[in-house]
Structure formats: C-alpha cells, structure tokens
Ligand binder design. Structure first.
Ligand code: NI
Length: 266
C-alpha cells in the first residue's frame, strides 16, 4: 500500500479566485505558476474584473491545463458600456469558462453608483442562470443589498460563491440557504479577525472554499507583500486549524467542493 499512502499524503489545493493576468506578474508569471505547483496548489481560477481583458484570461486557460477563467465586470469597475447578458453568454461558451463574475455590490468604494451596480449585478445573474454557471459574488459593505438581489433574482438556480467572504454569520447563513459556497481569502488569517475565523469554523463541510484574491489580501506570514496562488496553502492551514481538522482533510474537502461547484472534471 506504499503507493496509496503516497497519494494520500499529497496535498492538492485549488485557488478559486485570483487575478494572475494582472501586470503585477508580468516579470515572473511562469515562475509564479511553478511556485504554485510546488506548494501543492494544482489548479486556479482566474477571475475577470472587466470584459476588455477576458482574452488574457482565456489565453492563460488555453496555455495551461490547470487554469480556468470567469467572465464578468467588477461592481466598481468604470466602463464605457455596460455588459449585456448576450455578451456574457458568448464569453461563457468557452469550455474553460467556469463561472460568471466577479459581480455584486460594493458600498465601500462606491466609484460606481449603487443603482448601476445593481442593474449590472442583475445582468450577471441573468447570464449565470441562462448558462447554468455559478456566479462569483463580490460583496463589500453591502450584505443586505447583495442578499436581497440574489434572492430576488432566484440565484439558487445557478448557485455561486460568496468570494473573499468578510461578513458575519447571519449573512453567511443567508447565502448558504441559497445554496451558495463561502470562500475565504487571506484576511481570515489576519490577527485582528477572530470573528471571521469563527464564521469559517461554522461553514458546512460541502460549501467551504478557499482563494487568494491575488495580488491582494496576502495571508500571514506574507501580509504586506504581493499575493500569489501558492499562498492559498496558508489560508488552508489557518482554516484547518480553526475547524480542528488536518490540512489533508481540509484540502480534500475544499478541492472536491471547488471541482463540483465549478463543474471541473478531476
Ligand atoms: Ni477579485
């Protein structure tokens, strides 16, 4: 059973949300992907913040068999022309496009009017339902609005992910009731965030996901530096700890959850 033992020892993680197409990686992108594999992070999903750069995401996914992508416009991204359901659907036809987003509501920055954020979010939800792909939700200081719109649009039909979850248990529970996964990023490791770790401890096994949101929100012990997918391992370790399970168990759960949520063949 030596071989079996070896397989069980292997940690296989998925970074379900990163932006490694950004210029932050133009000098060392290949090395960054190598470090990712060496850390046991076998797959990643590169998430769109606008439609202008989706071709970059698509190219990354076509060049690497462990990269997938999403299509959408960030709630705070100022665009000349709002995306349409048809545009999103045509991008989502690509076999390696596994989600719609990131989309949602952000009352922290408010660089886009709340009304416009809401209509943009609804457009994304309509596209997600039409192509039956999960929606990646960005909710920042906008719990009530995000949950209201998700409920109103019947988002339980496409399902999705509350990405970089930073809210309270009540919001997590409302999203869970819609069948959504809850994804944690580097801020769960921050010293001043015990409440978020408590939420992470309570998420049902089958709805827990992890992500880096690279290049932002770098986890401890690299906080303050540029983030990268390899570091999702530190987020996994932190959450395994608060849930009282081994890293191996946490990795197995979150990877199985991600494959299922994004409909990726193992
Ligand atoms: Ni993001």
């Amino acid at each position: 059973m030596a071989e079996q033992h070896k397989l069980n020892d292997h940690i296989s993680l998925i970074d379900t949300h990163c932006h490694v197409n950004f210029p932050h990686y133009s000098d060392d992108r290949d090395a960054m992907f190598e470090r990712m594999s060496e850390a046991g992070v076998d797959r990643c999903i590169v998430v769109a913040v606008d439609l202008e750069h989706v071709s970059e995401l698509r190219a990354l996914s076509e060049a690497r068999d462990n990269v997938w992508f999403s299509a959408g416009v960030h709630p705070n991204h100022e665009v000349a022309k709002e995306p349409t359901v048809d545009e999103l659907l045509s991008l989502a036809e690509h076999p390696r496009c596994v989600a719609i987003g990131e989309s949602g509501m952000d009352f922290f920055r408010n660089s886009v009017e709340p009304e416009l954020q809401e209509s943009r979010f609804r457009t994304h939800l309509q596209a997600a339902k039409a192509c039956n792909k999960p929606i990646i939700v960005h909710d920042r200081n906008a719990d009530e609005a995000s949950i209201r719109i998700l409920t109103d649009e019947g988002a339980d039909r496409c399902g999705g992910i509350m990405h970089c979850f930073s809210s309270d248990w009540q919001t997590a529970k409302q999203a869970i009731d819609l069948g959504f996964s809850i994804s944690f990023s580097g801020n769960v490791t921050f010293k001043n965030n015990p409440a978020l770790r408590e939420v992470a401890a309570q998420i049902p096994d089958d709805l827990l996901l992890i992500e880096t949101d690279s290049p932002y929100l770098t986890p401890v012990p690299y906080r303050g530096k540029r983030n990268e997918p390899a570091y999702v391992r530190h987020i996994a370790e932190c959450i395994a700890d608060v849930r009282g399970v081994s890293l191996e168990t946490l990795a197995k759960q979150t990877t199985a959850n991600a494959l299922k949520r994004f409909n990726i063949g193992a």
